[in-house]
Design a protein around this ligand. Structure first.
Ligand SMILES: NC(=O)c1ccc[n+]([C@@H]2O[C@H](COP(=O)([O-])OP(=O)(O)OC[C@H]3O[C@@H](n4cnc5c(N)ncnc54)[C@H](OP(=O)(O)O)[C@@H]3O)[C@@H](O)[C@H]2O)c1
Length: 278
């Protein structure tokens, strides 16, 4: 059965840019009622105005547990229910894994992992109390990454947060099934958003431009795949389907995958030789 998105109450973290913003645009066009969350309030207000001003803007720093709880409570109080929570806020910090400080590890886990579970924790009891809607009391969508299945050189800490999100999704999916709450993880490959420029700004590293043959996708493509995954809840969404197969094969052949990945490591090393010891 195709679930109806009209009037569905959906919270999106990281709605001020990239995948989250594209999702807000598509879900709004499909008739959903949205709670838009991120730190940059001006961007959220701009987006809401562009979408007709009928959504709820809730400035939120997901690295703060109290702000995650407030986001979920405000959204549920305002709309009277909470159908779908999309945990999408996140960032990357390119650097060799052994050269990142303890504080940098803590900060990236604080946003990407704790920012996910700190929104899920208050959302579950709210979803659990509400009536079924098209067969589900609610759905939790966690935007992980293809890197959640196979770590990337120079993105070790980031990959670890994405793998942790995936493990969380796998556990929650089984735990929440009897409550009719669906749990879906999302695994995009390289996507054209602000992600890479933000990562460069935060780390001071240079990310070399993609080669012409390297596959990547648009934020709209990822958002469309997530929208379909809300209409038809499923365990995992891979917006580029072949990536799922390639990553799966890579897990079976780690030595070969290491060899492929070392090309990426060399490219990052060349682009950053002045800055960071390889
Ligand atoms: N782009 C890719 O290649 C790619 C591939 C796989 C997975 N992903 C994942 O997709 C998700 C979205 O990334 P994107 O590509 O759309 O990147 P983006 O364009 O940089 O957007 C990131 C979003 O996260 C928000 N955010 C970051 N830290 C936050 C915090 N502490 N509290 C609240 N919001 C925060 C940002 O908003 P504010 O700065 O306004 O707070 C922004 O809206 C991330 O989880 C990322 O890991 C991206």
């Amino acid at each position: 059965m195709k679930r109806d998105i009209r009037e569905m109450v959906i919270v999106i973290t990281g709605a001020s840019a990239g995948i989250g913003k594209a999702l807000a645009e598509q879900l709004s066009a499909a008739g959903a009622k949205l709670a838009l969350a991120a730190r940059r309030e001006d961007r959220l207000n701009q987006l809401n105005a562009q979408l007709g001003g009928r959504h709820l803007v809730i400035p939120t720093d997901v690295s703060r547990a109290d702000q995650c709880e407030r986001l979920i409570q405000l959204a549920a109080d305002h709309f009277g229910r909470l159908d779908t929570l999309i945990c999408n806020a996140g960032y990357g910090l390119p650097r060799p894994a052994a050269q990142m400080s303890r504080q940098e590890y803590e900060a990236i886990f604080q946003t990407n992992l704790f920012g996910t579970i700190d929104c899920i924790r208050p959302a579950v009891p709210i979803m659990g109390r509400q009536d079924l809607r098209d067969g589900y009391r609610g759905q939790i969508v966690i935007v992980s990454s293809a890197a959640g299945r196979r770590g990337l050189p120079w993105f070790g800490a980031y990959s670890a947060t994405k793998a942790a999100q995936l493990s969380l999704a796998e556990s929650l999916r089984v735990e929440l099934r009897s409550m009719n709450i669906a749990v879906t993880s999302v695994h995009p490959i390289g996507t054209d958003t602000d992600f890479f420029t933000t990562a460069e700004k935060l780390s001071g590293a240079t990310i070399p431009p993609r080669s012409a043959v390297e596959r990547h996708q648009s934020a709209d493509t990822v958002a469309r795949a997530i929208l379909r995954g809300i209409q038809h809840p499923k365990p995992e969404i891979w917006p580029l389907r072949v990536a799922r197969i390639l990553v799966g094969m890579g897990i079976l052949m780690p030595r070969l995958t290491d060899w492929v990945m070392s090309k990426h490591r060399r490219a990052m090393g060349r682009a950053n030789e002045q800055r960071i010891v390889p």
